[in-house]
Design a protein around this ligand. Sequence first.
Ligand SMILES: Cc1cc2nc3c(=O)[nH]c(=O)nc-3n(C[C@H](O)[C@H](O)[C@H](O)COP(=O)(O)OP(=O)(O)OC[C@H]3O[C@@H](n4cnc5c(N)ncnc54)[C@H](O)[C@@H]3O)c2cc1C
Length: 412
Amino acid sequence: MFDVLIVGAGMVGASLACALGDKNCATNRDLKVGIIESNGNFLRGEFTNDGRASAIAYGSSQIWQNIGVWGGMQRRGVTPMRVIQVSEGDLPYQVQLRCEDMGQEALGYIVENSVTLASLWEFARECQNLELICPAKILDVEYVRDRDVMRVKISSEIGEQYLETKLLVGADGGRSQVRQLAKIQISERQYEQTCIITTIKSEKSHQNFAYERFQASGPFAILPLGSDRACIVWTATKEETPALLALDENSFLQELTKRFGSPLLEKLGHISVESRVRANYVPRCMHSQTYVQSRLALIGDAAHTTHPIAGQGMNLGIRDVNALANVLKAAHQNNEDIGAIAVLKRYESRRKWDNLGVILLTDVSNRLFSNHNWLFKVIRRLGLLILQISLFKRVLMYFMMGLHQSPRSRES
Ligand SMILES: Cc1cc2nc3c(=O)[nH]c(=O)nc-3n(C[C@H](O)[C@H](O)[C@H](O)COP(=O)(O)OP(=O)(O)OC[C@H]3O[C@@H](n4cnc5c(N)ncnc54)[C@H](O)[C@@H]3O)c2cc1C
């Protein structure tokens, strides 16, 4: 019987496993944790280097530091973001968010997803109380009333089997099977946009600047990697996407560089596209009506998803991990039942408003910045002007950096 069984060892589920692991935390030693992952490549240490990278808020790096996994990511390579420059269309003025204004060495970091996963899995393997069940996928989930446990039917290389747990955690992504089997309702909205992901190399260094350029078809983000590479998250309208994806390499580069604008191109010099594959995702926002049931909790994309423009989806998931791990560890030390609804509700109440707030704000920003109406244009230009005022800028940076829920601001 497991104390905690996590379904999904992506970046969020694996972070929870590490937070409950006993490598750096002896009090976790008597917690028996299982983690089920369907992608067998992870077990072989193969984390596709598809160029996808995520903006990690400073607060999330602190959470990973507390768990003990941040060192592994730094060793493999993380790129500090010292300045985020926000601009609209071809307006001559832009807002610069600078790390020195917050007295930190970085606003956050850009980390390739393959680096994050490799570091988390390396740490998880070194925890004696974690059992990695991979490749395996869940087939069914059932609450067994007379024994008050969750029973999970899985299929793995050794065939079908049943596992029992005091708490089942769904960390199996936006289309979560755990959530569906538990019949938890969601509210969702699909955007009429596509995010095209690619990586570029520039002649001159980006100097650790990240750029968020709001344009008519949608936001265009340039996330610094290393000293002269960058991950591009290009939001295009649904109509223009097929043609963009079908372009030959030269024409694609031409279209891409148009989105940079001349001042930035001058700064970066010659640009070449590094990745051969143009990954593309249709963004959606989704929120589960509840994150918990008796003996069940949802975290990360299984509980909520948001438009990638603000680079917050995984940061929300990492904050879920921090809250759930703290609640479970405290309950365990107080001899409470870690799967009891009263315990799990503490996790939900810590996370719901932060998640909902970010989803709504991101949705409003996307609508505001992707709208051609003159009134919206005036509002967003006013918004950028207001952000020149130091107080507003600092409030925005405080939340964007995840400092309101970093381990230092909120010890359990
Ligand atoms: C284009 C794009 C750019 C983004 N950029 C950023 C960014 O800059 N910053 C940021 O914070 N966020 C960003 N995000 C969001 C971020 O990628 C997600 O929020 C994050 O990956 C969610 O992680 P997760 O572990 O919850 O889910 P997932 O990454 O979906 O992982 C789920 C895991 O569960 C496994 N699984 C699924 N079903 C089963 C099953 N039945 N049985 C066993 N295992 C199963 C899968 O194999 C997978 O490993 C971006 C998203 C997109 C699309």
